[in-house]
Design a protein around this ligand. Structure first.
Ligand SMILES: [Zn+2]
Ligand SMILES: [Zn+2]
Length: 389
């Protein structure tokens, strides 16, 4: 309280009324509780407002300059006509400057929360879509009170404490004058109404928990982590408020044959060494085979023929275009088949004899086992780059 009022406003002792007003405006904008809600700023705002009240009033300023206490005499601060805290605020910030308040009663109806459930499906269901029945536990509207929260035959009545306003004025006297704030009414918790006889089924909440069965349509192309949104199937809000949404989060179970990479499917086939060398045709099941129960009634291919060219190496890939997973936004991925050549084991004498003969004919009895320059090594790429010039 002993701080110099001129210092508080940051003006000289001989500052004129205009300079005092300007200084106050600048500081008030900086420390106004609406701008700076922290307690320190609020204290500072009170201090500069106090300084302004004295220095903007020629009589009080003169008294202060003489070394007197401007707050003593004349009934003290705030009791003079027309200079309450609220007035200061209004003068500078317009009628709505008093901050909190004026919101009126809050509604009992609020939107309910979203709900999330997880659903495991298999790869074919994820690829081609599926309808599933789900059991969900959520808050639903109380059928006894229809969400109102009042026992049948009764209704909410206006709160007598706040006269239905949902908030009550608190008037605080201070050296600044009357500080009037609006606070939520404790009697009705800000609703403005009171339920005298709450519904016994829902204890006045307007909703109860219940298990429902929903049919959810999972679109083709979903993957692990995809969330299917069901609007309005989440938790019903309090007071009969609208329901939130239900999200079904997909988890795709691993498949025995196919591995998914984005919209592509990968699989591996193992071939005998002789088949890889001589070439052959193999039959592969398709992912569609998982969902087709009666092949005769559908045109979906449950298997595909795959040509293995003579001399196929272990690790060779064949890409079957459009045999992967349909995309959520159209298109379809590929099926990538990797061949693994199976080296024969447990040769009987006849088989060994034939293989030795073959090795002799091919001059492979003592292969050098040379390291093949691979394109993948750094040195290989460097060498290729030099050779290209
Ligand atoms: Zn109820
Ligand atoms: Zn009330």
């Amino acid at each position: 309280m002993s701080q110099d009022l001129y210092e508080l406003l940051g003006v000289d002792r001989d500052a004129d009324a205009d300079a005092v007003k300007k200084a106050y405006r600048r500081l008030a904008r900086q420390y106004h509780p609406d701008v700076n809600p922290d307690p320190e700023s609020q204290e500072r705002f009170k201090d500069i407002s106090r300084a302004y009240e004295v220095l903007s009033d020629p009589q009080k300023r003169a008294a202060y300059d003489r070394g007197g206490d401007p707050f003593v005499g004349a009934g003290g601060f705030g009791q003079g006509p027309g200079f309450s805290f609220t007035d200061i605020m209004d003068a500078f910030f317009g009628g709505a400057a008093t901050g909190a308040g004026g919101r009126g009663p809050r509604t009992r109806q609020r939107r309910g929360q979203d709900a999330l459930i997880r659903l495991e499906i298999d790869l074919a269901e994820a690829a081609f879509g599926v309808s599933r029945e789900l059991k969900v536990d959520t808050a639903v509207r109380c059928s006894t009170c229809h969400g109102e929260g009042a026992a049948p035959g009764t209704h909410a009545v206006p709160c007598e404490t706040c006269h239905g306003q949902g908030e009550v004025a608190h008037v605080q006297r201070s050296f600044l004058g009357e500080i009037r704030t609006l606070r939520p009414c404790a009697a009705c918790r800000g609703f403005g109404t009171i339920i005298p006889d709450p519904c016994r089924e829902c204890s006045g909440d307007g909703r109860v928990r219940a298990r429902r069965t929903l049919t959810v349509k999972i679109p083709a192309g979903v993957d692990t982590g995809t969330r299917v949104q069901l609007s309005g199937e989440g938790e019903v809000g309090p007071g009969g408020g609208p329901a939130g949404d239900l999200y079904v989060e997909i988890h795709v179970a691993p498949h025995d044959v196919f591995t998914r990479h984005g919209n592509d499917l990968h699989t591996t086939v193992t071939l005998p060494m002789t088949a890889a060398a001589l070439g052959t045709a193999i039959t592969l099941p398709t992912l569609e085979a998982d969902v087709v129960t009666d092949e005769a009634e559908t045109e979906v291919e449950t298997s595909i023929e795959l040509d293995i060219r003579p001399g196929t190496q272990s690790g060779a890939e064949q890409v079957l275009r459009g045999r992967g997973v349909p995309g959520l936004r159209g298109g379809r991925g590929d099926l990538v088949v990797t061949v693994v050549v199976d080296t024969p084991t447990d040769l009987d004498p006849r088989q060994e004899e034939l293989l030795r003969e073959l090795a002799a004919i091919r001059d492979e009895e003592k292969p050098s086992g040379q390291v093949r320059p691979g394109n993948r090594s750094v040195f290989g790429r460097l060498r290729d780059a030099f050779n290209a010039h």
